[in-house]
Design a protein around this ligand. Structure first.
Ligand code: S3P
Length: 438
């Protein structure tokens, strides 16, 4: 590939060309979801914690600066964080609106925390985040006794949060969303009485695992998560596993390239996140899980992927929340797999950083993929060869990276505009691509 990024008005256009081989080792960046939670949960603990392999990418830095604006002392040195929890004295009222940037996790989780604080706060974000649904957290948090208002009939940010005394609730989530579940759990820590959250399908459980490790009384019984408010959380020194959602791009790239062998070290393999490995294996990918171990309360392994001959597959139902962020990458694999891939039950993709169904279909079509849009997914008929083209990231980090790996096997040159958006979750993505490419 050519690592040639052109700068125009601080927007980067990335050029990618087909490469002969794709070989080497990757250390994926720290997990984004766990990095947010390590900051937020340690901010309410009593005492000081050290976080290593933290992800200093734009989304997690949004959480970090919001917490600093709430008076939390946080030092960041590369990938290391020192954080002093405020349990003893509480947060201070922010002097200005909190800015969650592009990060849904920041806005939704912090809203849960702010719902229980004795002050009024405002949280906003960029144009993408301000267009995403927030009624899914406003409703349960208001049921708990908060007073949260938003634009467009209380459905959109900016949110004005008048925090106060909360009551535990029994709440059935209308969608399987770890962000909504975690928002309610954070509020529930400060509420009077137990909270029970019923999930329609299991979503990522990093919040529950970390809360347990910090001494909270939280348990999962079937599809219910039950939290009894603790008196205080203990700080948690933690090493963040590599992000499987970032590793996913190399798993797909290795599987679709005809001369590839990539080992991805130290990747989180939490079963609520590892659907990508099952999906690729079911398509015939040669993916091995090696050196399984634990880092703190999360399972971790090295993943080895080699060139494979892929077949289409069907993805839907309870698998969807376990692969949701990986669907743009899976769509690339399906584009060059033998036969047809059908993805259903993934309507949630329409309310991510972009409408990921529409944007993936539009952009992969430009590269010669045979892909149709469904209201809740897509149908992809594999083709023998993708061809280069001019693509747009739609300001979506995961789509930019999916288009990048498609470019590694497409004939001719692929360009991805607004390619700097990878900074949201994987700032070294284009450099790692150049390192693996020969
Ligand atoms: C996340 C949960 C998922 C995921 C997002 C991060 C989290 O969103 O898509 O990238 O950290 O909790 P939903 O839980 O809203 O589906």
């Amino acid at each position: 590939m050519t690592l040639d990024s052109r700068l125009a008005d601080s927007k980067v256009e990335q050029r990618v060309t087909r490469v002969r081989t794709l070989k080497g080792e990757i250390i994926p960046p720290g997990d984004k979801s766990i990095s947010h939670r390590a900051l937020i949960l340690n901010s309410i603990a009593r005492g000081r914690a050290e976080i290593s392999n933290f992800l200093p990418a734009a989304d997690c830095l949004s959480t970090l600066s919001c917490l600093r604006a709430l008076g939390v002392k946080i030092e960041l040195h590369g990938n290391e964080v020192l954080i002093e929890g405020v349990a003893g004295k509480g947060f201070s009222r922010p002097k200005d609106a909190l800015d969650a940037g592009n990060s849904g996790t920041t806005m939704r989780l912090l809203a849960g925390l702010l719902a229980a604080q004795p002050f009024v706060s405002v949280i906003t974000g960029d144009a993408s985040l301000r267009s995403r649904p927030m009624d899914r957290i406003i409703q349960p948090l208001n049921l708990m006794g908060a007073d949260i208002r938003g634009g467009e009939q209380n459905t959109r940010a900016p949110l004005i949060i008048r925090g106060g005394m909360l009551q535990g609730i029994h709440y059935r989530l209308p969608v399987a969303s770890a962000q909504v579940k975690s928002s309610i759990l954070l509020a529930a820590l400060f509420a009077a009485g137990d909270t029970i959250i019923e999930e329609p399908a299991p979503s990522r459980d990093h919040t529950e695992r970390m809360l347990q490790a910090m001494g909270a009384n939280v348990k999962t019984e079937g599809s219910n998560i039950i939290l009894s408010p603790p008196s205080c959380l203990s700080p948690l020194d933690t090493q963040i596993p590599g992000d499987i959602s970032s590793a996913a791009f190399w798993l797909v790239a290795g599987a679709i390239h005809n001369d590839a062998r990539i080992r991805i070290l130290g990747t989180g393999t939490n079963p609520t996140r590892s659907g990508i490995v099952e999906v690729l294996q079911s398509m015939g990918a040669r993916v091995k899980i090696e050196n399984e171990r634990w880092e703190g309360n999360e399972p971790v392994a090295d993943l080895l992927v080699e060139s494979s001959s892929l077949n289409g597959t069907a993805i839907g139902g309870d698998l969807i929340p376990r692969v949701l962020d990986e669907i743009p990458a899976i769509a690339v694999a399906a584009s060059v797999a033998g036969g047809t891939t059908v993805i259903r039950d993934a309507r949630e993709l329409r309310v991510k950083e972009a409408d990921r169904i529409r944007a993936t279909v539009l952009e992969l079509s430009k590269l010669g993929a045979n892909i149709e849009e469904l209201p809740d997914g897509m149908i992809i008929h594999g083709v023998a060869q993708l061809r280069g083209g001019r693509c747009h990231s739609h300001g979506d980090h995961r789509l930019a990276m999916a288009l990048g790996i498609a470019g590694l096997i497409a004939e001719g040159e692929t360009t991805v505009s607004d390619a700097e958006v990878v900074d949201i979750s994987y700032p070294q993505f284009w450099e790692d691509m150049a390192r693996l490419s020969v």
